[in-house]
Design a protein around this ligand. Structure first.
Ligand code: NAI
Length: 259
């Protein structure tokens, strides 16, 4: 809560322990950097140890990593207690950023492919929430941030599974915000527009028309940078946002309201 803090340090993340899935690359890594600059300790989580190790070398002493595959639910139990044993406190900022993209028309997307995208982007976040939340609540509460997408806001062709997953997040945010507000946990989503990372390059590659379409409806006239998404993540995870829960903030250069 904000009453004891001066306006100057409301945006500080000092004293917070953040857990960021997919924190070894792209937007997740940018969020990790911004969190550390704002005073947090950060655990980046993902599947590839070398990538995480390299990222931690870059992030410095206030970072650590956990090897997890968010789709491997059977390996979630015990994670929160491991974190407490290692870092001396429970996670109080969780960023569900891990995601995969699949660019295919609906009629070409098999149910298995569809389910696979949902499992990573949506069910994996649910599994991790459930593992980390009890200790977060007992430790005094915190904040969960889901990384959504424009695919949850308007119709985009060839992203049926991704769009279903990110739209599902909107429901998760609402239900969790209602259930967890009284227990001291805020739950919000960030909806990045078109940001320059590997995942978006894959979606745009060999598709100049799609790229042109994106830029033509983006009032700021350019793609976004991971650091610009990260700045909003700092805000929503900080005490400056202490009265914000259940919200989705677009970080999109105006793309979602563009003509
Ligand atoms: P990225 O591919 O660099 O990041 C995704 C991260 O998730 C990677 O580090 C990857 O290893 C990790 N990941 C994937 N499956 C995983 C699993 N099963 N277990 C653990 N980690 C796993 O791409 P980017 O762009 O940084 O994406 C981050 C998030 O932002 C994603 O949720 C994506 O959907 C979302 N997003 C990205 C946009 C963009 O334009 N780049 C736009 C809107 C949303």
């Amino acid at each position: 809560m904000m009453e004891e803090k001066s306006t100057q340090n409301l945006f500080s993340l000092e004293g917070k322990l953040a857990f960021i899935t997919g924190g070894g690359s792209g937007i997740g890594l940018a969020i990790a950097k911004a969190f550390i600059s704002s005073g947090a300790r950060v655990i980046i989580a993902g599947r590839r140890e070398e990538v995480l190790q390299e990222a931690c070398n870059e992030l410095g002493e206030n970072s650590g990593y956990e090897i997890i595959d968010v789709t491997d639910f059977s390996r979630m139990p015990g994670l929160s207690k491991r974190v407490i044993a290692h870092y001396g406190r429970p996670v109080n900022v969780l960023v569900n950023n891990a995601g995969i993209h699949l660019k295919k028309f609906a009629l070409e997307t098999s149910p298995e492919e569809f389910e696979n995208v949902l499992r990573t982007n949506l069910t994996g976040a649910h599994a991790l929430n459930n593992e980390l939340l009890p200790d977060m609540i007992e430790g005094g509460g915190g904040s969960i941030l889901m990384i959504s997408s424009m695919a949850a806001i308007y119709g985009i062709p060839q992203v049926i599974a991704y769009s279903a997953a990110k739209s599902g997040m909107a429901g998760m945010v609402r239900t969790l915000a209602i259930e967890l507000g009284p227990r001291g946990v805020r739950v919000n989503a960030l909806a990045p527009g078109f940001i320059e990372t590997a995942i978006s390059q894959k979606a745009m590659s060999n598709d100049p028309k799609r790229k042109e379409k994106v830029l033509s409806r983006t009032p700021l006239g350019r793609f976004g940078l991971p650091a610009e998404v990260a700045a909003a993540a700092v805000f929503l995870s900080s005490d400056a946002a202490s009265y914000i829960t259940g919200a989705t903030l677009a970080v999109d250069g105006g793309n979602s309201i563009g003509f």
